[in-house]
Design a protein around this ligand. Structure first.
Ligand code: CTP
Length: 402
């Protein structure tokens, strides 16, 4: 995707071993369509060379406030005026302290101080040893930096270069990229709570076998991500899929339709929006065997009896909160034919204001999809696009209807 097309990002590196990750971050930002201007402190140059960063960004790196390449000899002014955002990754403990005090004795801190606060956001990706991270001075500095208008992107947890294990290491380049992309998305669902179901369900026949379907969960995960990017608190109830959890989303893993029903009902009491993308099995095996069923050599096949699963969407849509307009419900319909008429009939049957139709076999497992939005006024086609793009569009449609 080109999620950062047209954006100009000034990527600042302060000194820390996480500088090696900044190379990958730079590459990822360029891949997303951004132009990247790298600025490095002298300490950062101890960890990675400007040559590497120049090659990856395709632009000469700045490192000194005395850089005479600028006709007016004011790189701190010029660089900060051109940026859509300044991202400091890694942001060292020392650099945080400098920002906090408004010090300006080298180019990067000087540029941050010179930035127009209302126009150029400052995003910080701290990278510290766990003791340094936990230190009251660091925590105090971060709180003050946030109060001064900086966006602190958080830290990762785990094995650290020093050999210790804990909080404080810099987020991975992929995570930072997602956070930066999210930062630029309009906050259409700020303050809203969104509940999403996604993926297939798995209905056991015995302890090793079961019945499932071809849903990959990609559309539901994309919707969870898009809702989070739009500023919502998002809970994702996921059937058995191995997709990574979108940044900032709370995930509850379930297996069967009944598990999904049980996990969803209490969450629906807290949500403002419910989006049911899961391909829930309509039936489950009535009497799953507690032990693995064995062939007896006679050629006789087992006879399976089925019972109907609860309808998660219909149950939520008929709750008192949904009927009172406190919970906006969106259904999906995976059809194989007659999409428009089937989807409209399903919308009415499920009792939801908005239903999203798609042709199941054409989209299951794919990274793109085409949608049909169906409401009481009729239907509207959304042409084939990447699922994340469609998810953002759907989020905007929902925000419009609230
Ligand atoms: N759904 C649900 N619980 C079920 C079945 C479906 O929450 N037990 C939701 C799906 O997540 C989707 C919508 O209902 O949002 C429609 O799902 P779909 O499988 O297309 O429809 P069905 O209700 O199964 O109807 P049919 O089998 O007639 O197509």
């Amino acid at each position: 995707m080109n999620d950062l097309a047209g954006k100009h990002i000034v990527l600042g590196l302060s000194g820390g071993i996480a500088c090696y990750k900044a190379a990958e971050l730079c590459r990822a930002l360029v891949k997303e369509g951004a132009t990247v201007q790298v600025v490095m402190t002298e300490a950062a140059e101890q960890f990675i060379t400007p040559v590497t960063m120049q090659a990856l960004s395709g632009r000469p790196v700045y490192g000194s406030q005395w850089d005479s390449r600028e006709p007016n000899n004011m790189p701190h002014i010029n660089l900060s005026r051109q940026a859509d955002a300044i991202v400091i990754a890694p942001c060292s403990a020392d650099f945080m302290a400098k920002l906090l005090h408004g010090r300006a004795d080298e180019l990067l801190s000087l540029m941050c101080l010179a930035r127009p606060v209302d126009k150029v956001p400052l995003l910080l990706a701290p990278a510290l040893n766990r003791e340094m991270w936990a230190h009251p001075a660091t925590q105090r500095n971060m709180a003050q930096l946030a109060a001064d208008g900086a966006h602190v992107l958080g830290v990762g947890s785990g094995f650290q270069a020093c050999g210790e294990t804990g909080d404080g290491r810099m987020l991975e380049p992929e995570q930072l990229t997602q956070d930066i992309v999210a930062f630029f998305q309009p906050k259409l669902l700020a303050g809203k709570r969104v509940l999403v179901t996604a993926g297939p369900t798995f209905e056991a026949i015995d302890p090793v076998r079961g019945i499932t379907n071809l849903s990959s969960g990609k559309m539901g995960f994309a919707i969870a991500r898009a809702a989070r990017e739009a500023g919502a608190e998002v809970t994702l109830v996921a059937g058995p899929v191995s997709l990574p959890t979108p940044r900032g989303v709370v995930r509850i893993d379930v297996r069967s339709a009944q598990d999904m029903f049980d996990a969803t009902q209490p969450q629906a009491l807290l949500a403002d929006i419910f989006i049911a993308t899961a391909a829930v099995a309509d039936w489950r095996v009535a009497n799953p065997s507690a032990k693995k069923m064995k062939k007896d050599g006679s050629g006789k096949v087992p006879e399976l009896a089925f019972t109907e699963n609860p309808d998660i969407l219909a149950a939520v849509a008929s709750s008192s909160r949904a009927r009172a307009g406190e919970l906006f419900c969106v259904g999906f319909a995976a059809e194989s034919h007659d999409l428009a008429s089937n989807a409209q009939a399903k919308r009415i049957r499920k009792g939801v204001p908005l239903l999203v139709g798609n042709i199941g076999p054409a989209t299951f497992g794919a990274d793109d999809n085409a949608l049909l939005l169906v409401d009481e006024h009729g239907s509207q086609e959304v042409p084939r696009a990447a699922k994340l793009e469609l998810a953002r569009l759907l989020v905007a449609e929902i925000a419009n209807r609230l």
